[in-house]
Ligand binder design. Structure first.
Ligand SMILES: Nc1ncnc2c1ncn2[C@@H]1O[C@H](COP(=O)(O)OP(=O)(O)OP(=O)(O)O)[C@@H](O)[C@H]1O
Ligand SMILES: [Mg+2]
Length: 245
C-alpha cells in the first residue's frame, strides 16, 4: 500500500513542481513505483519538470469521471522506469466529483504505486484544499526569506489533519545563508516544522526543464543531489544535511 505526499507552499514559485519532479525521479531511481500527480488545474507544468511535455492525453478528472482507467491515463516516463505522470485538466469539468472523488482516486493510486506525489497549486484556495484532501503527509516548500516563511506558516495552519508535515527550504545560497547565521534553525522554529532538506540555488534546475529532461538525468550534484537526499529521508534513511556553504 503506497503513501500520498502533497507538496504545497504559501507563495507561488517557491519550487514545488521542481521538487515533485526531482524527488519523483529520485524515488523511481531507487526502484520504487512513483506517480507524480499534477493538481495545479489550469496551470499544470509538472510534465515540463519531468521532461514529459504534453506526454499525457488524459488527466485526473477523466479518471475520476470514469472516462478512463487510472493505468491508461498515466504516462510512463520515457527514460526512468517506475516513474509515471497523471496530469491536471485545464479546467474542472461540470461533472467533477470534488474531494470525495479525489480521495477515491488516491485510494486507487495507493494500491498501484509505492509513492504518490501531488504537486499542489500555490496558496490556500480551492485547488489547495482539493490537493491536500486525501494526503497522508505533506511537504511545505519555502525559500529562505522571512515573507516566504511566514506564508509557509499559514499553509501549515490550513492543513490541519495531515501529519507529518515537513519543511523544504529551496534556492538556498551559501553566502546568504552564512550571513543570515542561524536562519535555518530559525526557519524551522518560525514555521514550526521539522526540516526535510535544503535545496541549493542551482541553474541546472532551469536548464534541465528547458532541455526537456529531469535534472537528475543532467547532473548528480547540486539540486539533483538534494532531491536524492530528500528521497532517501522520505524513506527513513538518516542523511546529513548537504553542505551548501
Ligand atoms: N533550486 C533551484 N535553483 C534555481 N532555480 C529553481 C530552483 N527551484 C526552482 N527553480 C526555478 O524557479 C521557478 C519556479 O519553480 P517551480 O515551477 O518549481 O515553482 P512552483 O512552486 O511549482 O511554482 P507555482 O507556485 O507557480 O506552481 C522555475 O523557473 C524553476 O526552474
Ligand atoms: Mg508549480
Amino acid at each position: 500500500m503506497g503513501s500520498v505526499i502533497v507538496i504545497t507552499s504559501g507563495k507561488g514559485g517557491t519550487g514545488k513542481t521542481s521538487l515533485a519532479g526531482g524527488i519523483g525521479a529520485a524515488l523511481a531511481s531507487r526502484g520504487r513505483r512513483v506517480l507524480c500527480l499534477d493538481a495545479d488545474v489550469g496551470l499544470r507544468n509538472l510534465d515540463i519538470a519531468l521532461g514529459m511535455a504534453d506526454a499525457a492525453l488524459m488527466d485526473f478528472s477523466d479518471v475520476m469521471a470514469g472516462r478512463c482507467e487510472l493505468d491508461r491515463a498515466v504516462a510512463p516516463h520515457p527514460g526512468i522506469d517506475g516513474l509515471y505522470l497523471l496530469t491536471a485538466p485545464l479546467t474542472l469539468p461540470a461533472d467533477f466529483a470534488g474531494e470525495e472523488g479525489f480521495r477515491a482516486l488516491l485510494d486507487r493510486a495507493r494500491a498501484a504505486y509505492d509513492w504518490v506525489l501531488i504537486d499542489a497549486p500555490a496558496g490556500i484556495g480551492d485547488g489547495f484544499r482539493l490537493a491536500v484532501s486525501g494526503a497522508d503527509r505533506a511537504i511545505v516548500v519555502a525559500v529562505s526569506d522571512p515573507a516566504s516563511l511566514r506564508d509557509a506558516q499559514r499553509v501549515v495552519e490550513a492543513m490541519q489533519g495531515v501529519s507529518p508535515v515537513h519543511l523544504v527550504v529551496n534556492r538556498v545560497r551559501g553566502r546568504v545563508l552564512r550571513r543570515l547565521g542561524a536562519t535555518i534553525d530559525d526557519a524551522m522554529d518560525a514555521v514550526g516544522l521539522p526540516l526535510l532538506g535544503l535545496v541549493p540555488e542551482d541553474v541546472q534546475v532551469v536548464l534541465a526543464a528547458g532541455s526537456g529532461q529531469p535534472v537528475c538525468q543532467v547532473t548528480r550534484k547540486g539540486a539533483a543531489q538534494a532531491y536524492a537526499n530528500i528521497a532517501r529521508r522520505i524513506e527513513g534513511d538518516a542523511v546529513p544535511l548537504m553542505r551548501i556553504w
